[in-house]
Design a protein around this ligand. Structure first.
Ligand SMILES: *Cc1c(COP(=O)(O)O)cnc(C)c1O
Length: 228
């Protein structure tokens, strides 16, 4: 089943790239494993997946230990006091959204002699329940990142609201792409756009996503205690 799901997702992504004139470009598929156990991670890795996403450090810990050779993406809200541990275990943090966190990442990165690769999370929809900077705050925030040379901002991330028709969120994805264009500058290329989940990844790819984060469409419906 996993293989079938993965095949379908690849086909959908390729078709969306084709439709939007992005033929030949690559979209990185991050397999979101927050609702599944290590066996599923193992099965997905056996199918060739290398990028995996988790939204909580505590729950991710065991999987990171079991599969240190995979690329782990931190996609949830990041508490400042977890910055060091997340930096040590994860390839890319998708949820940089405040100066205080950047400052902590900078100091932890200095201490460990590495870089903190991050995406800045933007709350395009303006929903109160969502983390992320507002569009208005974004330019100043990116400007302030000059003070944190070890925090490498590689792009932008957003989470769209859940809607029935993914066409409803197309303008949000388009807006993130426009923000990338208006905010990029030499030394801050913002190459990555992390947008699109199970319900809306096709539209996200059509609008320029370079990374999609997919859980349910790969592993099946979530269980009761799991959450988005
Ligand atoms: C859970 C989660 C996803 C994946 O959601 P699905 O709808 O299961 O594909 C993507 N991004 C974030 C930030 C998540 O928390």
């Amino acid at each position: 089943m996993l293989a079938d799901n993965l095949g379908k997702i690849h086909r959908e992504i390729d078709a969306a790239l084709e439709r939007s004139g992005r033929r030949g470009e690559k979209v990185r598929l991050v397999a979101v494993t927050k609702t599944v156990g290590p066996e599923q991670v193992s099965a997905a890795a056996a199918l060739g997946l290398r990028d995996f996403g988790e939204n909580r450090f505590q729950e991710a810990r065991q999987k990171l230990q079991l599969f240190p050779g995979l690329r782990w993406h931190f996609i949830g809200h990041l508490q400042t006091n977890k910055a060091g541990e997340v930096l040590a275990g994860f390839t890319l943090i998708h949820s940089l959204d405040r100066i205080r966190l950047a400052r902590r990442l900078q100091s932890r990165a200095e201490r460990s002699g590495r870089e903190a690769r991050c995406l800045v999370q933007v709350n395009i929809s303006g929903e109160k329940s969502k983390f992320g900077l507002s569009e208005k705050e974004l330019p100043d925030f990116l400007e302030a990142m000059r003070d944190f040379p070890r925090v490498r901002v590689e792009g932008l991330m957003t989470m769209a609201p859940r809607v029935e028709d993914p066409e409803e969120v197309r303008p949000l994805f388009r807006r993130l792409r426009e923000l990338r264009r208006s905010c990029a500058r030499p030394g801050l290329e913002l190459r990555e756009l992390s947008m699109g989940m199970t319900s809306d990844y096709v539209v996200a790819v059509e609008e320029g996503a370079t990374i999609v984060r997919i859980g349910t469409a790969l592993f099946g419906a979530r269980t009761m205690q799991s959450e988005r």
